[in-house]
Design a protein around this ligand. Structure first.
Ligand code: ATP
Ligand code: MG
Length: 392
């Protein structure tokens, strides 16, 4: 059966109330591909107000665009009223949207045939643009005239290339030609929208093909920051995570963490990941990793740095097992692993608590990490008394 309990309940309720209602978009596409759908979108003939009146718990997600979030059994479900889009004057947002009662009208505004598929509550497929045929042929094809559709919203060009990564599909020649022609319009998009597509691209299994397609079509030339030698970036695919992808883009383009973070508005977490990879990469290029490098790094950045170093230096990378083994071989992984705490240290002498306790713990941490001291309560206490308290 299709959909989660919450999404079925919502679609069932709307259908019963007499509003034509369907599951739509990526969820239907993924279901037909035999994959577990992620977010489930519901489209309905009911207006936002009608949707809100049918359910107890709802949140407005921009009623002017027709999307209401229904919370059903704790599950958030997006319900969007059938709509068409007015003219686009800026290649990024419709000037206005109109609610309509026809599902076909709604499907017409969607980007690609495989994304313009709908499924009723009873499981019937609605497919006015040959989406199922393109699914079988693994083809990304624009709904309607590709140039017109990309002229309306330039993001669709990036989405086409992103679906190469996530679905492993090819782009239909006419659709690809239109991308070549209109690629420069990509520069008008907000960075946030571009970044969201890149995050999905990096997580896709065919990211290398997707990145090559980006270069071939000229999209790469208009992106905020893209390596001059894109082959190096493609060679780093597949990526374990979006952060791994961003770090690879950084290394392949010889950019700094700050360059990439600023150009694509990365989160603080992603920025930290890039910084960690960057410093590990420096270390790896000039000497080997030391105990201190392993201690301060997490496995994620370490794996990324190792992969990038191997690609840049044309060496064999250490395996994940080897990296994990190096981390596991450390006597401690953090201060929390020490056999003693601050209150123990305070209890061992007469001194009042103060900043000195932290300094002592730092010294213990260093000594244990470098195996100058076993991670054992009695041994640490004896060492402390000998080092710090002997003059008392
Ligand atoms: P994913 O599985 O990666 O989420 P998706 O196709 O579901 O892919 P969403 O961004 O979740 O992508 O969008 C849901 C649906 O909304 C799409 O399947 C498509 O029908 C429509 N859509 C999204 N973005 C656009 C766009 N820029 N232009 C036209 N239709 C779009
Ligand atoms: Mg989706």
């Amino acid at each position: 059966m299709f959909g989660t309990a919450g999404s079925r309940a919502v679609a069932g309720r709307l259908t019963e109330a007499g509003y034509e209602t369907v599951f739509v978009g990526g969820a239907v596409r993924d279901h037909l591909l035999g994959k577990q759908p992620k977010d489930i979108d519901i489209a309905t003939a009911a207006t936002p107000d009608q949707v809100k009146s049918l359910f107890q718990s709802t949140v407005d997600l921009g009623t002017d665009h027709g999307t209401v979030l229904v919370i059903q059994e704790g599950e958030p479900i997006e319900v969007t009223t059938f709509r068409t889009e007015g003219t686009y004057s800026d290649s990024r947002r419709p000037d206005d949207v109109q609610f309509v009662t026809s599902l076909d009208e709604d499907l017409k505004r969607r980007d690609f045939t495989v994304n313009a598929l709908a499924m009723t509550f009873d499981g019937a497929i609605v497919d006015p643009f040959g989406g199922q045929r393109d699914l079988a042929a693994k083809t990304i094809r624009a709904v309607g005239q590709p140039e017109e559709r990309f002229g309306e919203d330039a993001l669709r060009m990036l989405r086409a290339v992103r679906f190469v990564a996530t679905l492993g599909f090819s782009i239909d020649p006419a659709t690809e030609d239109a991308i070549r022609k209109l690629a420069p319009a990509l520069s008008r998009l907000s960075v946030e929208r571009v970044k969201a597509e890149f995050d999905k691209l990096f997580a896709g299994g065919s990211a290398a093909d997707s990145l090559r397609k980006m270069t071939e079509t000229g999209l790469a030339d208009v992106l905020p920051l893209f390596p001059e030698l894109p082959e190096l970036l493609a060679a780093c695919a597949p990526f374990r995570s979006p952060s791994d992808g961003w770090a690879s883009l950084m290394a392949a383009g010889r950019f700094t963490p700050g360059d990439v973070a600023r150009a694509y508005k990365l989160s603080n977490r992603e920025r930290a990941y890039l910084r960690s990879v960057d410093s590990l990469l420096e270390v790896r290029k000039h000497r080997g990793y030391t105990v201190d490098d392993f201690y301060t790094a997490s496995l994620g950045p370490l794996q990324t740095a190792e992969k990038l170093a191997a690609a840049l230096l044309q060496q064999q990378p250490a395996s994940v097992c080897e990296l994990e083994a190096a981390l596991d071989a450390l006597p401690i992984r953090s201060k929390h692993d020490l056999a003693v705490r601050g209150e123990h240290v305070i209890g061992w002498g007469e001194r009042r608590p103060g900043k000195w306790v932290g300094d002592v713990l730092d010294a213990i941490e260093h000594a244990v990490l470098h195996r100058e001291l076993p991670n054992d309560y009695d041994a640490i206490k004896e060492w402390y008394v000998h080092e710090y308290e002997r003059e008392d």
